[in-house]
Design a protein around this ligand. Structure first.
Ligand code: MN
Length: 311
């Protein structure tokens, strides 16, 4: 081989080696680790008569409407606590700003994880495998880790939009969601001995006998009256909307469930269950239910703002 050809080959070889070692350094040292902190399944807070509590239905990244709602309820007034009932990111335009808002206001803003937050986390943890799954190859999944169980969301619910949003939010924002939010939040109102339970999707009236699964509290809409572990509408023809099972006989005393997730039923305020997803991202309203203490008892008051249609 002539020496000039050898030099070209050597140059190519060293170039390849340099590229490979740079790639290796990036993967090992620079690429963020694909792990998230373990998520609290349940948090409990005790509240006294000086505090007001404001529960907000599915925001879905509609940050402008959310900010408008926060000024309407005067969220900065001392003693105010805000609870986002899950699905505050995805679908809409400004998920990033919603996470930023939570980070800035973590003192008095609480978050419940909805199916979309969990799907985005799952897409983040499985960023390579998700591509394989979408091309229908089998894979081994990294679960989203809660303090009571490892959870893999229903696969057909996780899509490329979740993957894209996971990339946009990045590891730091997803890690801060994992450490700030929980699947369930219980607020004990000390003056009235009532408990307000926040979940994204739903809760069985006999929840105290059996720890509800992450899947049920973040995704279910239906429940079989005779067996509350069966929550698929399609598999169990006699299932009903879960909140219909919260009857005078079955509902635990002094418990109210606040939830979102069910935009098709819209605002759904019943005695023991308060559904607050009024379809903001689809051009409906963004709703908030406020609990406040006055003249010896708790009252509630509904607030809402109109949303522009985004999807
Ligand atoms: Mn949902």
């Amino acid at each position: 081989m002539p020496s000039s050809a050898r030099q070209v080959w050597l140059a190519l070889l060293s170039f390849t080696l340099i590229v490979l070692s740079l790639g290796y350094t990036y993967v090992i040292l620079i690429m963020p680790e694909s792990k998230l902190p373990s998520i609290a399944t349940e948090r409990t807070i005790s509240a006294n008569e000086t505090e007001r509590w404001i529960f907000v239905g599915d925001v879905h990244g509609m940050y402008d409407e959310f900010k408008e709602l926060m000024s309407l309820v005067d969220a900065e007034r001392p003693g105010t606590n805000v609870v986002l009932l899950g699905d505050f990111i995805a679908k809409g335009p400004q998920s990033h700003k919603m996470v930023q808002y939570l980070e800035k206001n973590s003192e008095n803003t609480h978050c419940i994880l909805g199916n979309h937050e969990i799907n985005v986390m799952f897409a983040y943890l499985n960023k390579r495998d998700l591509k394989k799954r979408l091309s229908r190859k089998n894979s081994k999944w990294d679960p989203v880790v809660f303090d009571t169980e490892d959870y893999i969301p229903p696969h057909d619910q996780v899509n490329n939009k979740h993957k894209l949003l996971a990339q946009q939010l990045g590891s730091a924002k997803l890690a801060s969601l994992a450490s700030m939010c929980s699947a369930e939040l219980r607020i004990h109102l000390e003056p009235s001995h009532e408990t307000l339970i926040s979940v994204h999707a739903g809760l069985a009236p006999d929840f105290e006998n059996k720890q509800p699964s992450i899947r049920d509290i973040t995704t279910m809409k239906y429940m079989l009256p005779k067996d509350h572990s069966k929550t698929s509408k399609y598999k169990f023809g006699k299932s009903r909307r879960w909140y219909k099972l919260w009857t005078a006989e079955s509902a635990p005393e002094n418990v109210t469930v606040l939830y979102g997730h069910d935009a098709s039923k819209g605002l759904n305020l019943r005695k023991h269950t308060k559904g607050l997803d009024s379809g903001c991202v689809a051009g409906g309203k963004l709703s908030a239910l406020e609990y406040f203490y006055q003249n010896g008892r708790y009252h509630n008051h509904l607030h809402h703002v109109k949303c522009r249609q985004y999807i």
